[in-house]
Design a protein around this ligand. Sequence first.
Ligand code: UD1
Ligand code: CA
Length: 455
Amino acid sequence: MAIKSIILAAGKGTRMRSMRPKVLHLLAGKPLVEHVYDLCLKLEDNTITIVYGYGGETVRKHLASLSVNWVEQEEQLGTGHAVQQAESQINDNDTVLILYGDVPLLKLATVEALLANVSEKTLALLTVELENPKGYGRIVRDSANQVINITEEKDASELIQQINEVNTGILAVAGASLKRWLGLLENDNTQNEYYLTDIIALAVSDGIEIKTSQPLHASEVLGVNSKIQLSYLERVYQIQQAETLMLQGLTLADPSRFDLRGQVKQLGQDVFIDVNVILEGSIELGDAVTIGPNCSIKNATIANGVEILANCVIEDATIGTDSRIGPFARIRPAADIKASVHIGNFVEVKKSIINQGSKVNHLSYIGDCQIGVGVNVGAGTITCNYDGINKSQTIIEDGAFIGSSTQLVAPVTVGKNSTIAAGSTITKDTPEEQLTLSRAKQVTIKGWQRPVKKG
Ligand code: UD1
Ligand code: CA
């Protein structure tokens, strides 16, 4: 059964009060419509069409990487009109699945249950019972409890408005029937829109049975119309992710203060994450990793036993076994930190390899640098890697000891086991095993007096 998924995403989203088209607003760091797209990817034999309209160029540019058929709806004349724009994509023997680009939390199991209800003789409709059904289309049933139509709130009598079962907008239908009914839609309603929901009554008069199913949780079918709803769905989604990870063994100090905007690709045992941690992109966490409060970690591989203390920012980096980072460290792209390394407070590391057992504990900048095994980099050491045009390499060989407040003017190599005295500016390679220093001699001016205020 070939599925054609049609994602309706043409609406402007006036209530978002934003220049950005609604479906591009982010949930867990990903555009709303991409959540729906990712769900579609889990269905077999499925072709995806996105009906876009408002902010068309922006939408297509932002989502250029998605493999979908793009269909433009120039004017938003209703959900039925939106689907009409995609009609040429639909073959008679397709099953058409209608989804909304602003309903991001829908689950695969719910869609599968819906698809199980569709056939040439049945239309599958996802409905939900809401305590407060205001604003939604109501599901109208006859005395035999069969669905006979959907009435939009604005067209509904007071009696119909009391119905709690509402239309989620999500449905599955045979291609041939859908195309026939799309041709019969009219806009003689209070909103002068072509309602997709009118196909329900058309189906019923063609003797097609409407089979309804419900999502496991009502949150799955909640749409985003305002920033308040967006923030609500964000929390729902984050709690779901946190619970999935906790079921896999993660300890979270507070799941309501944890944000994952991407994926934890690997999770070791006994990982602990303190409050206000944001994980982004692709994250791998080994066994017994601990992450302190207020850390932001993006695209990182963190090996067993690593301890990340409070307030660290880590991006596109690898941290080796049993290393300790922070507090207040910034580990930037292409930092490759090996095992048992200590990176302390106010240390920035960029595009550098730091080998086993080395320490950079305080107030340093390590950029475009290779640090050997067992090196000690003193407080305030700076690799001067940039001359305004070119970046140059600093190499610090095994066992070197760099005294505090040293500037290493790259390109430069500090030899194996060499010692650099504090306060040096090193511009030439230093020999192995020797002490090197570059300092002006200290002098004391005899008889010097502090100035006194005149007059
Ligand atoms: C629609 C349903 C209503 C249902 C509700 C669920 C109709 C007529 N009504 O109402 O029964 O309870 O959804 O949320 O279908 N869109 C377009 N082009 C358009 C109009 C809408 O692409 O011309 C898209 C929107 O971007 C959105 C979706 O369709 O993703 C739903 O549109 P919306 O205006 O929110 O529909 P409602 O009137 O709320
Ligand atoms: Ca809506």
